[in-house]
Design a protein around this ligand. Structure first.
Ligand code: BGP
Length: 468
């Protein structure tokens, strides 16, 4: 087990507005792309989630008590601009000032994202990131936040650009539920990158104080078994999931090698990417201006070549073995013997975090300082009753192994300065609802009572080493 953390290390817990706040209809909040969708789907409701909108003082207090020094939160665009643009909603603005003050008063540094999967409903209806007008609205919203929330010194523009694009247009488990709509999937990635880059350029031009970056989830893709055909399949999937965005973010160009893979994938799927004049200049300018990089890491995929038609099945229930993914002309996901998986079929593979940290540091020096901004284990934690400690040894093992992988990369020169566990407290999971828990703190969603998990004690113990 990891014995101590490096001096000055950021040791945090992560949240996202829509997954924790609840209160989706109060104080003038506008609808996101999720509200009507979840209602129609009828599986689970985003209210009350963890009721962080009201209970944030309690959760910040817990964070402090259990040795954390940082928290990731996101601002809900629709609390500030209920329609995505127009006049700011003062009650929403006031809420975030209260939240940031509470963090700072407790010695918990807030790391704040502007967009975490929660596009305003009417912008979503109008094409979401596929509509370039919405990029303008995002930049206006970002500018408003930079100016208004000057107490925030650590910004992220967008969380996991690929997850949104992939879940919306490839995997089909986020609205608007398209399956293998590859044109939209690649275009959304490019447009989100533009939105990010424009926000970064503006932040620097206007001389706002603080640091800014974005968050990518990186999912290493390994061939299995290791044959030349499977290696090529892995390279194709990697280009779509990681490389296109990393190039665009930190090189300000999609390199010829990356585009060769992307074009092969697009051709195999009759898809197109449209880059408009001037786009690449915007990306180029931003590519050296990110102050840091937030890397989320959960799992790798193991891939074999696949030439048949695309099909997939998403495991959103935690019934082990129900997921599959086959991408025409790209590859299919396979299980690698000996690699354990979660109930949601996610591979548990800490070496993947190490590999990705090394790769980013080696190939993308403009990423500068790296923070692991999400990592954690989805688990069906067992409630033991009021005031009873919850036994989540499996989660401790998971986090411990990943922190160890991080420290190994660090000892070999990778500038990684922090770790945020996903998640601070149990929360609502977009496509999985409430039984996929990640928190250090258990939330009884009926009473909103918080209970302590063993992982919180473990987290505290390690956090203590920062003070020694
Ligand atoms: C990341 C997201 C989070 C969170 C996490 C766990 O992709 O940034 O919002 O949900 O993954 O994913 P899930 O809830 O699907 O298990």
């Amino acid at each position: 087990r990891v014995q101590s953390l490096p001096k000055g290390f950021v040791w945090g817990g992560a949240t996202a507005a829509y997954q924790v706040e609840g209160a989706t209809k109060v104080d003038g909040k506008g609808k996101t792309m999720w509200d009507d969708y979840l209602k129609a789907q009828g599986r689970f409701s985003p209210d009350p989630a963890s009721d962080f909108y009201h209970l944030y003082p309690e959760d910040i207090e817990l964070a402090k008590l259990y040795g954390l020094n940082a928290i990731r939160v996101s601002i809900a665009w629709t609390r500030i601009f209920p329609k995505g643009y127009g006049e700011p909603n003062l009650a929403g603005v006031a809420y975030y000032h209260r939240l940031f003050k509470c963090c700072l008063d407790n010695g918990i540094t807030p790391y704040v994202s502007l967009h975490h999967f929660d596009s305003p409903k009417n912008l979503f209806d109008d094409g979401d990131w596929l509509n370039r007008k919405n990029i303008d609205y995002f930049v206006d919203y970002a500018d408003f936040c930079f100016k208004e929330f000057s107490e925030v010194k650590n910004w992220f523009t967008i969380n996991e650009l690929i997850s949104l694009a992939f879940s919306q247009y490839i995997q089909g488990n986020f609205p608007p539920n398209h399956h293998f709509d590859v044109t939209s999937g690649i275009q959304a990635q490019h447009n989100e990158l533009l939105a990010h880059a424009r926000a970064v350029n503006l932040f620097k031009e206007k001389g706002y104080q603080g640091r800014i970056g974005l968050i990518h989830v990186l999912q290493p893709v390994y061939p299995y078994p290791d044959t030349p055909a499977n290696e090529h399949a892995a390279a194709l999937e990697d280009a779509f999931m990681n490389r296109f965005l990393l190039d665009g973010t930190f090189k300000g160009e999609y390199t010829p090698e990356t585009m060769a893979l992307i074009n092969e994938l697009l051709e195999a799927n009759d898809a197109k990417l449209k880059i408009e004049p001037g786009d690449m200049d915007i990306l180029k300018k931003a590519s050296t201006q990110n102050d840091y990089f937030g890397m989320n890491y959960y799992q790798p995929s193991f891939v074999a070549a696949y030439e048949g038609e695309s099909t997939n099945s998403f495991n959103g229930t935690g019934e082990k073995g129900t997921s599959s993914f086959k991408f025409q002309g790209v590859g299919q996901h396979v299980k690698k013997p000996g690699v354990p998986t979660t109930d949601w079929d996610w591979n548990i593979y800490p070496a993947g975090m190490y590999d990705m940290l090394k790769r980013v540091a080696r190939e993308y020096p403009n990423s500068k300082t790296i923070y692991i901004t999400e990592n954690g284990l989805g688990y069906k934690d067992k409630y033991e009753g009021i005031g009873q400690l919850i036994d989540d040894e499996k989660r401790i093992d998971f986090i411990d192994q990943h922190v160890e992988a991080l420290l190994k990369a660090r000892s070999e020169g990778v500038d990684v300065q922090g770790y945020f566990v996903w998640s601070l407290q149990d929360q609502f999971s977009w496509a999985n609802g409430y039984n996929k828990r990640y928190g250090l703190f258990y939330v009884n969603f009926e009473t909103q009572a918080r209970e302590i998990k063993k992982s919180a004690l473990w987290f505290k113990e390690l956090g203590q080493t920062l003070k020694d």
